[in-house]
Ligand binder design. Structure first.
Ligand SMILES: [Zn+2]
Length: 50
């Protein structure tokens, strides 16, 4: 199943619209994990410690 969930780049609200219903900022596709660079580095650090 294809997910069309999007996330506001300004307030972080999840929506399915191209623009946020709250603040009218543009939204981008919400990609679970691997979206935040800090998470990726944390993963590497955990791996190194093992
Ligand atoms: Zn917003």
């Amino acid at each position: 199943m294809k997910s069309l969930i999007r996330k506001c780049t300004a307030c972080g609200r999840y929506t399915m619209e191209d623009s946020c219903p709250d603040c009218s900022a543009s939204t981008s596709m919400a990609i679970p994990q691997r979206y935040s660079p800090s998470d990726r580095f944390q993963k590497y650090r955990l791996k190194e410690r093992m």
